[in-house]
Design a protein around this ligand. Structure first.
Ligand code: MRU
Length: 351
């Protein structure tokens, strides 16, 4: 069974408008929300209606169209100035996933190649570029699936953290692409999905999409991973990432580094899956990655119920950085890269 057949599209561009599944409402409600303004797209990214590194790269590219579609009769220099301002505005919604700034930079760079065109003509080129970013992501996910699937053998237990699934990309996901590909090839394996406090992407999203796709998935709380590993139930970890630094350090959802340390303790291979749009050779190491700090109330509440005393001091870093020495391999569209990452990433991606 293909995930494409059972999962709703993460996002769709139809008749000049972007439609997103509101991921904050899953798994209880599948609400498709039409985006109408660039401010709405900014907010959808900020509040995680659309989330996951590749998905926000795609949404950002489409979102930028809203920022300039009312000024198609403006002179080109004015159009370009507004385009750049709006790209910077959308980029301010979330800092850690490089895909967002990558997509926006790609859109602006494309516009800059449009010499001797009117603003309206540039807009049409940009619309095609956003569609291309979206379509290319589908191919990248498919290739990551093909490259990573052979790692998953019959009977294995695979642990994942957060949602690096179909919902975090155009389709198929990054960490889940090898799972969907292996599953479609008839391989039987078990997935353990970390709940992923505080916003529960593992419980609400990964469990939902894997279950819907017919994959054997078991939900665990984050603090159960060590116990489950100690029982010999996990043969491999596969996670996604929001940014891979030039030395192979990987930022991903908070808690990922802990999983990597546990995997090392138990001798379990720890794989990271990502497309080229997540590799940032301009960021030398993980220490240079900006970690998003989110609102304290995400930690002080469990569902509708407040769980911390009023006035409590809270930290809410949304990501952590796993040092490259804990990463067994990086599953990419080009194959599985291995240490030393400073060399393998550079030779795979340097232009
Ligand atoms: O805060 P989120 O839900 O956007 O965090 C998402 C993750 O950390 C994913 O693992 C990452 O973006 C990889 S997505 C293919």
């Amino acid at each position: 069974m293909s995930s494409k057949n059972v999962l709703p599209k993460t996002m769709e561009y139809k008749n000049g408008d972007l439609y997103l599944i509101d991921q904050t409402r899953l798994p209880n409600e599948t609400i498709i929300e039409k985006q109408v303004t660039i401010e709405q797209v900014w907010d959808s990214i900020k509040v995680l209606k659309v989330r996951g590194a590749p998905a926000i790269g795609i949404a950002g590219a489409y979102g930028l169209l809203y920022g300039v579609r009312d000024i198609l009769d403006a002179p080109v220099d004015k159009f370009m100035q507004v385009l750049k301002e709006k790209a910077a505005y959308l980029d301010s919604s979330r800092p850690t996933a490089v895909n967002l700034s990558w997509g926006l930079k790609r859109m602006v760079a494309k516009a800059e190649t449009c010499t001797d065109m009117t603003s309206e003509e540039i807009y049409k080129v940009l619309e095609q570029e956003a569609i291309a970013i979206h379509e290319e992501d589908k191919i990248l996910c498919k290739k990551m699936g093909e490259n990573g699937a052979p790692l998953i053998k019959e009977g294995m237990g695979v642990l994942t953290h957060c949602n690096a699934g179909s919902l975090a990309t155009s389709e198929l996901g990054t960490a889940t692409a090898p799972m969907y590909t292996a599953h479609n090839a008839g391989v039987k394996f078990r997935v353990y999905s970390d709940e992923t406090r505080p916003l529960l992407q593992g419980a609400r999203l990964t469990s939902w999409e894997l279950q819907k796709s017919g994959i054997d998935v078991t939900l665990i709380c984050d603090n159960m991973a060590a116990h489950i590993m100690s029982q010999g139930l996990i043969d491999m970890v596969i996670v996604g990432t929001d940014r891979v630094a030039a030395n192979g350090d990987v930022a991903n959802k908070i808690g990922t580094m802990g999983v990597a340390i546990l995997a090392k303790h138990f001798g379990i291979p720890f794989y990271v899956a990502c497309p080229s749009s997540t590799v940032d050779l301009n960021t030398p190491t993980g220490a240079d990655i900006v970690i998003e700090e989110r609102e304290p109330n995400e930690v002080c509440n469990f569902g509708a119920r407040r769980t911390a005393p009023e006035g409590m001091k809270v930290r809410n870093p949304a990501f952590d950085v796993t040092p490259n020495e804990l990463v067994t391999g990086i599953i990419t569209e080009l194959g599985i890269l291995q240490a030393p990452y400073i060399e393998s990433l550079a030779s795979a991606y340097k232009k």
